[in-house]
Design a protein around this ligand. Structure first.
Ligand SMILES: C[S@@+](CC[C@H](N)C(=O)[O-])C[C@H]1O[C@@H](n2cnc3c(N)ncnc32)[C@H](O)[C@@H]1O
Length: 227
């Protein structure tokens, strides 16, 4: 099983990919940054993000048109997406993962029925909140662009899936259809907030089918479970 390892003695119930992980110091720094950033902005997050986190409605609508019963959102934020999914399919089981303590606290308070854990997308056990059972959907909504090792995060999510499951990603793309100065300004602004837009090749390299939003502002990718 080249490139893969069963995590021995750990909590994981699925084989984890052997990929580069951020150093502990970088993780502490990332966690501190997220707690500082979202500690204040989480209060007006949903109100402001509706004007620039595009593509989320379409993804939620498509998810609700498919068959699944266990979904985990990685980088749950305020819990806004899970709130909508739960309203659309209350019978399903939902879980959440976030590296930011402030956002986790916010989501737990908003969604008392939610099973939410702290962790990093690259190596958190995505079956843990389901008592070791595998999810059939893993959602990354504007989270992957903030993750230090996005390939590791995708592989971890794919490895955790139940057979026939899917990882669904919606995030900023390369903005290639935007006029030059607008794209340049937006890229700079995203950089200030530690956001690295997602290239199509990154998702395609993990077996994704991708589609793009207008002007390649956002990308949506669907990735299969790993064998
Ligand atoms: C831009 S917000 C998106 C929130 C929500 N998914 C949405 O669509 O509104 C990104 C979220 O990802 C979380 N995050 C960033 N890096 C992460 C990582 N390495 N592992 C897990 N969560 C992370 C942040 O704390 C934040 O809650």
């Amino acid at each position: 099983m080249t490139g893969w390892a069963l995590v021995l003695g750990g909590r994981s119930s699925y084989p984890r990919p052997e990929t580069a992980m951020p150093a502990a110091a970088d993780r502490t720094e990332h966690r501190d940054f997220l707690n500082r950033y979202y500690g204040v902005s989480r209060h007006f997050y949903d109100l402001t993000r509706r004007y620039y986190l595009f593509g989320r409605e379409g993804v939620i609508e498509k998810l609700l048109s498919e068959e699944w019963s266990k979904l985990i959102e990685v980088g749950v934020g305020t819990g806004r997406n899970l709130d909508l999914l739960h309203k659309g399919r209350p019978s399903a089981q939902y879980a959440a993962l976030d590296a930011c303590d402030e956002m986790l606290g916010h989501a737990r308070k908003r969604l008392p029925w939610l099973s939410a854990i702290h962790g990093f997308a690259e190596d958190a056990d995505m079956t843990e909140p389901f008592g070791g059972e595998r999810p059939d959907r893993v959602l990354f909504s504007y989270c992957l662009s903030m993750v230090a090792e996005p390939v590791a995060a995708l592989q971890n999510a794919q490895a955790s899936l139940a057979p026939g499951g899917k990882v669904v990603v919606v995030d900023f793309c390369d903005l290639e259809g935007l006029p030059g100065p607008a794209a340049k300004g937006l890229r700079k602004w995203l950089e200030w907030f530690h956001v690295e837009p997602i290239r199509a090749e990154l998702l395609e390299g993990q077996g994704a089918d991708v589609r793009f939003g207008p002007m390649r502002y956002f990308i949506v990718g669907e990735l299969p479970a790993l064998d």
